[in-house]
Write a protein that binds this ligand. Structure first.
Ligand code: DAH
Length: 341
């Protein structure tokens, strides 16, 4: 019997298991009612009385050793499972999806909203499919103006009246003045269309923001101050502006505005072609003819207007070299603006 006990003891010491099922199999083999150790307990009854004490001790040692071994195996398996669990990142999404980002034109448009919003401008919108009156006639374009030409404008129909894709957001000026009494202080964002060959520098559609302020005693100085504030908010507090005389049918006087080149600070570089200035928008005092066409008394009210291309402002801020990138939806291009919020 002692031999049996010793050999079982050796077996038990050598046991190994890697799953809870294996541990259970070991328990059944050695410690269950029909197991090897229970069988020895039965043999114990027939042991001679003078050996009972020693055998009993040895048997108890064997039983304790078996129980300890089982406990040790269980513990090792539990620890292994814990370590494996620690390697799992529970915060990862079950189905990874690439996150979208804002389009650069939306980023810049929102910034424009924010800057003019701080000056009390509200947002007004109008349709992209327009009639001649809102895009041209009400804005003092003469009947033979070249912009009405098939070359520049996409016409949808020409009779009984001209219906076309708006070529600028100035049409929203008219729509707003027709429906709203002064004071009017709006910016009008939107898509515009021109019949241009698509290239890196021109597209048949792009985006503009129009601004309009009508009230009593609005002056050119008010326009200049408003645009200076905008330029400094958009391009930095050191930015200077310069207004050059220009011509638009709907403003008198009219001007084009340049900002000091934000790349070289005005010293002259390749970007500003050595001039130190870059053009960013058109503006002027609303022509009295436009006010009258919209039912506003031009003796009582004056106003200023301005219009800028969102692509243009975005190019200046982010130096996008090819206009076509804005409408191609290439995610590699869009992801370049991730950090810009
Ligand atoms: N509508 C002009 C364009 O598309 C931009 C513009 C110039 C708008 C002067 C204005 C303005 O309101 O006053 O080129």
């Amino acid at each position: 019997m002692l031999d049996k006990i010793n050999s079982l003891m050796a077996d038990i010491q050598a046991l190994a298991a890697s799953t809870p099922e294996e541990v259970e199999a070991i328990r059944i083999k050695y410690l269950s009612k029909k197991g090897a150790i229970s069988a020895l307990m039965n043999d114990f009854r027939s042991v001679a009385a003078d050996q009972k004490r020693e055998m009993g001790q040895r048997l108890n040692e064997l039983k304790t050793a078996a129980n300890e071994k089982l406990a040790a195996l269980r513990e090792a398996i539990a620890q292994g499972a814990e370590a494996a669990a620690a390697d799992i990142d529970l915060t990862r999404t079950a189905t990874p999806m690439p996150l979208g980002t804002r389009h650069p034109l939306s980023l810049v448009k929102n910034e424009i909203f924010q800057i003019f919003g701080a000056m009390g401008f509200t947002i007004a919108e109008g349709p992209e499919i327009e009639d001649d009156w809102h895009v041209f006639s009400s804005l003092n374009f003469p009947p033979d103006h070249p912009a009405r030409d098939m070359q520049d404008t996409f016409f949808i129909s020409r009779s009984p009246q001209d219906i076309l894709l708006r070529t600028h957001t100035s049409s929203v000026q008219t729509r707003t003045m027709e429906s709203q009494k002064p004071p009017v202080r709006i910016i009008c964002p939107g898509r515009v269309y021109r019949n241009e060959a698509i290239s890196a520098r021109a597209h048949c559609f792009f985006h503009q923001v129009e601004g309009l302020y009508i009230d009593r005693n609005v002056s050119f100085a008010d326009l200049k101050q408003c645009l200076l504030y905008f330029a400094r908010e958009m391009f930095g507090p050191e930015t200077k502006i310069r207004l050059r005389p220009s011509y638009f049918p709907f403003t008198e006087p009219s001007a084009e505005m340049d900002i000091s080149c934000h790349i070289c600070g005005g010293k002259g570089c390749a970007f500003c072609k050595g001039t130190g200035w870059v053009e960013i928008l058109g503006c002027g005092m609303v022509d009295p003819n436009v006010l009258e066409a919209c039912g506003i008394d031009s003796k009582e009210f004056t106003g200023y207007a301005f219009g800028m291309g969102i692509e243009r402002i975005t190019n200046l801020k982010y130096r996008v070299k090819d206009l076509r990138l804005f409408s191609e939806n290439d995610v590699r291009f869009l992801h370049e603006f991730d950090a810009a919020k």
